[in-house]
Design a protein around this ligand. Structure first.
Ligand code: TYD
Length: 209
C-alpha cells in the first residue's frame, strides 16, 4: 500500500500553513486518512533543531551548517513520520519539504541548487512528493503579511533582506517550471476558499484508485 505525499511551498507569508490545514480538514471531511507535518520540526528531535535554526541570536550560522540542520530535521521526519504513514496508505500533507532547502539554501544563500538537490536525496533516501503546491505572491506582500501577523519579532530567516527573499521566490518558480507534472502553482492572493477548492480537486485527481 502506498498513500499520497503532498507538500506545500512558498515564500514567507504565502499562506502555506493555512492552506495545508484547510486541505487536511477537507480530506478528513471526505473520510480520508491524512496526517499533517511541518518542517523544520514535526518530531521531538526536529523541533529542537528548529529552535536552533530560527533563533535570531544565531547570527553567525554558516550557510552549510544551516543546510545540514534543515536536512537533519528532514531525515528524522521522513524516517519517523512520513514513510510509516505512506506505507500504511495515508495521505501525508507537509508544510515545506526538500524544495524549501533548494530555494532558501540553494537560491537564497547561494549554495547552488544542484548541491542541495543531491544532499536532499541523501537525507530523504530519495523520497520525493507526488504533488507540490507552490503558493506564489510578490515578496513585499508576503513579508508585509508576516509582519502584520508577528509584529516586531522576525525569526532568523524572516529578518533577511528583500533580495534574499527575491532569490528564494525565483528559485521556487524555476523548480516549478522544471517539473510541471509535480507542481500546482497558485497565486496566493486569490480568495482562500477558491485556493482550497483547487488544491482539494488536484489532490483527489492524484489519489491512487
Ligand atoms: P516557519 O516559522 O515554519 O516559517 P513559515 O511559516 O514561513 O514556513 O519557519 C521556517 C523557516 O525556515 C522559513 O523561513 C523557511 C526556512 N526554511 C529554510 O530556509 N530551508 C528549509 O529547508 C526549510 C524547510 C525551511
Amino acid at each position: 500500500m502506498r498513500g499520497l505525499f503532498v507538500t506545500f511551498e512558498g515564500i514567507e507569508g504565502s499562506g502555506k500553513s493555512t492552506q495545508s490545514r484547510l486541505l487536511l480538514r477537507g480530506l478528513h471531511d471526505e473520510g480520508r486518512e491524512a496526517v499533517l507535518a511541518r518542517e523544520p520540526g514535526g518530531t521531538a528531535i526536529g523541533e529542537r533543531v528548529r529552535d536552533v535554526l530560527l533563533d535570531p541570536r544565531h547570527t553567525g550560522m554558516a550557510a552549510r551548517a544551516e543546510l545540514l540542520l534543515y536536512l537533519a530535521a528532514r531525515a528524522q521526519l521522513v524516517a519517523e513520520v512520513i514513510v510509516p504513514a505512506l506505507d500504511s496508505g495515508k495521505i501525508v500533507v507537509c508544510d515545506r519539504y526538500g524544495d524549501a532547502s533548494v530555494a532558501y539554501q540553494g537560491g537564497g544563500r547561494g549554495l547552488g541548487t544542484e548541491l542541495v538537490r543531491e544532499m536532499n536525496r541523501v537525507a530523504t533516501g530519495g523520497l520525493s512528493p507526488d504533488l507540490t503546491v507552490l503558493l506564489d505572491l510578490p515578496v513585499d506582500e508576503g513579508l508585509a503579511r508576516t509582519r502584520a501577523r508577528n509584529p516586531g519579532r522576525p525569526d532568523r530567516l524572516e529578518a533577511e533582506p528583500l533580495e534574499f527573499h527575491e532569490r528564494v521566490r525565483r528559485a521556487y518558480l524555476d523548480i516549478a517550471e522544471a517539473e510541471p507534472a509535480r507542481f500546482l502553482v497558485l497565486d496566493s492572493r486569490g480568495p482562500s476558499e477558491e485556493l482550497t477548492r483547487r488544491i482539494l480537486e488536484t489532490v483527489r485527481a492524484r489519489l491512487p484508485r
